[in-house]
Ligand binder design. Structure first.
Ligand SMILES: [Zn+2]
Length: 292
């Protein structure tokens, strides 16, 4: 066989392998995004959180991912759940304003729903109503709710519906931070309670029989200092980011992770097309390349 013929064959095989890797990069049936509101990495480290820490140790993680400016709950979660920065999602307020209506750019739930996936959002603050866009969510629940009750509602949804994309928000740690301070004993207790709530989610995923086909992304919307947040200080800007589950390559992530990357990663894992205009990029470093 002539040499150039062999080269051509090798090139063809190489391109096929690259294509196969790219096409089959997702291949996950279920993604659960869990947001610990005000989850400052150093305070979480000092709190009694065995479930979170076990997933962190066995997952791909960083304690220095970045939220957006300004580091406020609604602004940051809008970036987490749409994959774009504030200059595109245009949410620049931080409370429930019915007259403003739902966020005007597509959420990950709307994009997943287009593909026929089952989606849910269960949040511990009323202002998440801004993410209830038409026909995008099979379950939507947002109210001033304690983490354990949020987790129980999510657990029932998980066991009965085996959803593909679920977002769960725990508010207690942020509420405690504003009342008693970031790093206070009260806030550490809230993180411990939220760890118990995380276990409720884990148990539900196991009971549903979908654990081996699931990825959890554990993260936060902002950190905090004193009795608040919202500045460009790293104490406010740094958030944890942990991927745990199917296909996750354990270890500390070297590349930069931004809050909007959570959206792109969830879609990529579920084999939903990531729109060109999205600022976020899938955190591919956190996963083994998959081949069938
Ligand atoms: Zn917040």
């Amino acid at each position: 066989m002539p040499l150039n013929h062999i080269y051509k064959k090798i090139t063809a095989i190489f391109l096929l392998l690259c294509w196969a890797n790219e096409v089959l990069a997702g291949g996950v049936g279920h993604v659960f995004i869990v947001s610990f509101d005000g989850g400052k990495p150093s305070v979480m480290r000092d709190s009694n959180m065995p479930v979170f820490k076990h997933m962190q140790q066995h997952g791909a993680c960083t304690s220095a991912a970045f939220t957006v400016v300004p580091s406020y709950t609604l602004v940051a979660h809008a970036s987490m759940l749409t994959g774009v920065q504030p200059n595109k999602h245009l949410i620049d307020w931080n409370d429930w304003r019915p007259a403003k209506g739902p966020v005007q750019v597509p959420t990950i739930f709307a994009l997943a729903k287009k593909k026929g996936l089952t989606t849910g959002l269960i949040a511990g603050k009323t202002k998440f109503k801004h993410f209830e866009t038409p026909y995008s969510l099979d379950l939507f629940s947002a109210g001033e709710t304690a983490a354990l009750d949020v987790a129980k509602a999510a657990a029932e949804f998980i066991v009965t519906q085996k959803p593909n994309l679920t977002f769960i928000h725990f508010a207690d740690s942020d509420n405690a931070g504003h009342s008693y301070g970031w790093g206070s004993e009260e806030q550490k207790r809230a993180f411990a309670d939220q760890d118990a709530a995380l276990q409720v989610l884990r148990s539900a995923v196991a009971e549903a029989g979908i654990e081996k086909d699931s990825v959890f992304i554990l993260t936060a919307d902002h950190g905090g200092h004193g009795f608040g947040h919202g500045t460009t200080e790293l104490e406010d800007m740094h958030i944890p980011w942990v991927a745990w589950g199917k296909g996750v390559k354990p270890g500390v992530l070297k590349g930069r992770v931004d809050i909007h990357d959570t959206a792109a990663t969830a879609l990529w894992l579920l084999d939903v097309h990531v729109p060109r205009g999205m600022d976020g990029r899938p955190v591919k470093e956190a996963f083994y390349r998959r081949q069938k």
